[in-house]
Design a protein around this ligand. Structure first.
Ligand code: GYE
Length: 309
């Protein structure tokens, strides 16, 4: 029975999956939680995870994917920084018969057979939800500053599209300034400072719309330093629902955020398991949904998160 037990152990070890994960970077709290969640999930499942942080550079992601292919991993998970430029490297993975799962942002490859599926929210819908909340809150009369995410990322492209689509229905609402702050807190503060200066201090602004919470958290600092009250003088709406934004909701500095789950690792590993067992007919997009949290309804979720720490 000792021999039997060791055989069982050996066969388990032999069947352990090796998965390469190319992550965008660590630009936001949302991203860090996402990375931690993928690592924890891999550990829980006994997956040998090769984790690579691309520091927001596509060239680093392409290098990482090539090295995963060279190492002969069983599957590759990619959270792409931008949409374009993925075709050649995904074709290399396909030629090596290594399945690729896309998570979070999208790839524009013109041939969806180059990946198994994509697990992600509907970014356009997130933008619509943010604008819907703001138009309700202001009666559709509002001069808005927009802080965009990384240029060329589908998160920024989609959120912008959805927000503007709703805004088009309100003749008295408009975006008066729009600039990228690259999804980071420090850029959010810096860019907001310069916008407030350009806007004569910002007293005539109605709202700030940011493509993620991290930029909102930086920008509310800038608003305070300019002598205005974020959440009152300038309404603040964003996307992600990271832990820190709940503190800001409670403090009244932020008004609303559209939730995006960072727990994409579990669903990605499920897909890989199914694929390796022979399944081929996957939906090309597995859509994750999220709630809108506001100063009126954040409390229950806040308690849940703080209690969980
Ligand atoms: O909203 C932001 C992050 O791609 C959806 O990237 C993601 C975005 C997320 O850094 O915080």
């Amino acid at each position: 029975s000792v021999a039997l037990a060791s055989m069982v152990v050996a066969s388990q070890a032999a069947s352990a999956l090796t998965v390469g994960f190319s992550q965008v970077g660590s630009e936001s709290g949302w991203r860090t939680t996402f990375s931690e969640s993928v690592k924890a999930e891999a550990e829980r499942r006994g997956i040998d995870l090769k984790f690579s942080d691309a520091q927001q550079k596509q060239e680093n992601q392409i290098k990482a994917i090539r090295s995963f292919i060279a190492q002969g991993v069983d599957a590759i998970v990619v959270a792409p920084v931008v949409e374009t430029g993925w075709r050649p490297v995904l074709m290399e993975a396909a030629r090596s018969r290594i399945p690729v799962v896309i998570v979070d942002r999208n790839v524009d490859v013109g041939n969806s057979r180059l990946y198994v599926t994509r697990i992600a929210p509907d970014f356009v819908d997130e933008g619509r939800k943010a604008a819907g909340w703001l138009m309700d809150a202001t009666g559709g009369d509002c001069d808005i500053v927009e802080l965009q995410g990384t240029v060329g990322s589908s998160a920024a492209i989609g959120r912008m599209e959805g927000f503007n689509e709703v805004l088009a229905e309100y003749p008295n609402a408009q975006i008066v300034r729009s600039q990228t702050a690259e999804f980071t807190r420090s850029k959010g503060k810096e860019v907001m400072e310069s916008i407030l200066k350009a806007e004569g201090g910002g007293k005539n602004l109605c709202a700030l719309w940011t493509h993620n919470d991290e930029m909102a958290l930086g920008a509310i600092q800038a608003i305070k330093e300019a002598g205005l009250q974020p959440g009152k003088d300038i309404l603040v709406v964003s996307v992600d629902a990271v832990d820190d934004i709940f503190t800001a909701l409670k403090a009244g500095d932020v008004n609303a955020t559209v939730e995006m789950s960072p727990h994409l690792g579990g669903p990605a590993f499920d897909v890989i398991d199914e694929y390796l067992k022979g399944k081929r007919d996957f939906e090309k997009w597995i859509v994750m949904d999220g709630e809108v949290f506001t100063q009126q309804n954040y409390q229950a979720e806040y308690n849940k998160r703080m209690g969980a720490e």
